[in-house]
Design a protein around this ligand. Structure first.
Ligand SMILES: Nc1ncnc2c1ncn2[C@@H]1O[C@H](COP(=O)(O)OP(=O)(O)OP(=O)(O)O)[C@@H](O)[C@H]1O
Ligand SMILES: [Mg+2]
Length: 228
């Protein structure tokens, strides 16, 4: 099976090699859980491996995404080169619409051979709908558009809480092909980052909750270690 290695240390082992190609994965987590850092690294590793990436930011400006990425990952010094070579592109669409996002993606797949994309975040789009049913409808249509594209995507979803116990499942959890959840666990007064793969259609994967760190050279997932 064709897979897209995330390049994130430890994670591909949990995924038995990577995300199955052309699947659409949700990255779920509370405020500051590491969604944007994760998404940026997914595209950075892809760009290094010869797969062009597109970061579609719906919330922060494109400049902010790049500036923050540089300060989060000071040791990934070739980011500017990758951006110059258009192997890593960050774009903020004019309109907060899934249709606009799909058009942008389709355009870059055709014009720049984009193979990986990150959409940050779907929650911004959800908030632009008055009625839940209309959002659902649009989300279904969006996913059917994505399924015709030769691209593997990660869409971030904002959880209202960073407490694992209080998280609930939204519509996105059921329609997406995979879900990776990021948590900020409270352990005796200190916060521990942890992640789990809740589902990944088309492949077996690890099911444990594992600790991870955001380090200056990238995210490290400590496979085999316990969170407490
Ligand atoms: N160099 C670094 N080393 C360790 N941790 C860092 C570093 N840079 C940023 N962080 C941590 O990463 C967190 C931000 O992560 P990120 O922006 O990826 O989260 P997010 O889930 O996208 O948040 P939001 O919900 O605000 O969009 C910061 O709050 C900070 O704790
Ligand atoms: Mg973010």
């Amino acid at each position: 099976m064709e897979r897209v290695a995330t390049g994130i240390e430890g994670l591909d082992k949990m995924l038995n090699g990577g995300i199955p190609a052309r699947k659409h994965v949700a990255l779920y987590g509370g405020p500051g859980a590491g969604k944007t850092s994760f998404g940026c690294e997914f595209l950075y590793r892809g760009a290094k491996a010869g797969q062009n990436g597109l970061y579609i930011t719906l919330e922060e400006t494109d400049e902010d995404i790049i500036t923050n990425m540089k300060s989060t990952y000071p040791l990934l010094t070739d980011l500017d080169d990758l951006i110059k070579q258009k192997k890593f592109e960050v774009v903020k669409p004019d309109k907060l619409q899934l249709e606009e996002v799909a058009n942008l993606l389709e355009d870059r797949i055709t014009s720049n051979d984009v193979k990986r994309a990150v959409i940050d975040s779907a929650t911004m789009i959800r908030l632009s709908f008055d009625k839940e049913i209309e959002y659902r409808q649009t989300l279904f249509e969006f996913l059917s558009l994505l399924r015709n594209l030769d691209c593997t995507t990660i869409t971030t979803l904002e959880a209202a809480t960073s407490r694992k116990e209080e998280m609930r499942f939204d519509i996105e959890h059921f329609v997406m092909d995979g879900i990776i959840s990021l948590y900020n666990l409270d352990r005796e007064g200190t916060r521990i980052r942890a992640l789990e793969i809740l589902k990944m259609r088309g492949t077996d994967h690890a099911r444990d909750l594992v600790p991870f760190k955001v380090t200056p050279s990238g995210i490290k997932v400590y496979v085999g270690e316990k969170v407490f």
